[in-house]
Every structure is written in C-alpha cells, then in structure tokens.
Ligand binder design. Structure first.
Ligand code: SAM
Length: 229
C-alpha cells in the first residue's frame, strides 16, 4: 500500500511516462507506477547502499525488472541519454537537497530541460519554487496533505516557453495551494506562525539578536497572518 504522499506524486505522473525517481529508497513509487501499467520505464536512483539494496529487493519481489532499473549514484548522475527520461520525481528530502540535485543534473547535462518535475520537499518548499522560477519552470499543480501527523506539499512543474514570475507569497505558500487555503494549509501555517513567534520572542530577549533574521521572521509572520486570517 503506497503512502498517501507518494500516491499523490504518482497521480501527477502522466500515462506512458519515462520516470527517474531520485532517492527512491524502497522504489515503492516506480514499482507502484509500473505495476499499475502507468509508465513505460523507470530508473530508481539511490546514492546510499542500504536503500539501493532495498530498491533492488522490491523490484525483484514485484517482478518488475523489465520496467524498473535500480542504479547507484549521486542524484541525476544515474541517468544516461538513452534512458529518454521525461519525468523526474524527487520525494522525501529537504528543499535545499532537491535543488542541489537538480542543479548538479543540469550542470552535468543529465537533464535536457524538457522534463516534467514532480517534487515533494519535506521542508523549504520556497527554495524549490525559487529554483523552478529561476529555471523558468511553470508550476502546473500542487497539493498539500497530512499523513501521520506530518504535512506534505507536492509540486508539479513543466518547462515554460513564456516568462514565469512568482511573487514572494507564491514562492512561500504556493501559487495553487496558497489560493485554495485548505484546512491542512491553515494548520501548517498556523503552526509555522507559532514557531516563528516563539523564536522572535526568544530573539528579542537576547542582547544581540540577529536583526536580519528577526526582520525576516517578522515579515513572514505578517505574510502568514494575511494568508490565514
Ligand atoms: N523517495 C522516497 C520517499 O519519498 O518515500 C524515499 C525518501 S528517503 C527519506 C530519502 C532518500 O534519498 C534516502 O534513501 C537517501 O539515501 C536518498 N538520497 C539522499 N541524497 C541523495 C542523492 N544525492 N542522490 C540519490 N539519492 C539520495
């Protein structure tokens, strides 16, 4: 049974896609997609031996070796041009790591720039959206959901032919989920606001607070209030 989080990632994958799932761990996502007959091919990439072994085992257990290939290397370095990957999924990592994997892939010509990206950062979604804007990807879908007391965001983006600009609010809250403002969204940002307010309180009691950090936390609190109140 796929987690709700990975199921949402899977739902964003197009029929007949050729997928690179980077940081695949047990390869649950590509195996699910292959088992559903939704994809033609997938590379399950892992940089760590243990998770790589998990992925190999899962692909063998499910008998999906013809569709899912497990490879050991850093990020998108697992890819070869003949894979003709058109969709990259990266789930369950921090936003900064996702960004650095995409940057390294681009710098080493592992991406053509034509791929659809489906990203699920655990933290720092803003970093991911900022990267997408810099690289002129357009966000086409977003979801926010709660599972096991954690709230996750899933972002789908495609390369854009026309200029893409997102406001600070779009980058922080998400151009779609920030407009929908679901109950889960409000819960996430209420928690974040409380955390920020606590930190601001602590910082204001210190004799030499980092003024820049303080100002940015206060600015974020103001933006959150505008979104959830
Ligand atoms: N994608 C799965 C999911 O969402 O359930 C697994 C997420 S798991 C928390 C993160 C995985 O990413 C780990 O197995 C880790 O070894 C892998 N990872 C971290 N950095 C990586 C990199 N640079 N290249 C490939 N895999 C990486």
């Amino acid at each position: 049974q796929l987690s709700k989080r990975l199921k949402q990632v899977a739902d964003y994958v197009e029929e007949g896609a050729r997928v690179a799932d980077i940081g695949s761990d047990h390869a649950y996502l590509p195996c699910y997609l292959a088992d559903q007959g939704k994809i033609n091919f997938a590379v399950a990439g892992e940089v760590v031996q243990g998770p790589f072994n998990n992925a190999v085992k899962e692909v063998r257990r499910t008998g999906l070796e013809d569709i899912v290939e497990v490879r050991l290397n850093d990020g998108l370095m697992v890819l070869k041009p003949e894979d003709r990957i058109d969709t990259v999924t990266i789930a369950g990592m921090g936003g900064a790591l996702i960004r650095s994997i995409l940057e390294k892939g681009r710098d080493n010509d592992r991406l053509t720039g034509e791929e659809t990206l489906i990203l699920q950062p655990n933290v720092f979604e803003e970093t991911v959206r900022g990267y997408l804007m810099e690289q002129q990807y357009r966000i086409t879908d977003e979801a926010i959901l709660e599972e096991n007391d954690k709230i996750y965001e899933i972002i789908k983006a495609v390369p854009s032919d026309t200029p893409v600009t997102y406001s600070k609010k779009d980058l922080l809250f998400g151009p779609y989920i920030g407009k929908e403002r679901s109950e889960t969204f409000k819960k996430k940002w209420t928690q974040q606001m409380n955390t920020n307010e606590f930190i601001v309180g602590q910082m204001e009691q210190s004799s030499h607070p980092n003024e820049e950090k303080l100002a940015s936390l206060k600015e974020e609190i103001k933006l959150i209030k505008e979104m959830i109140e």
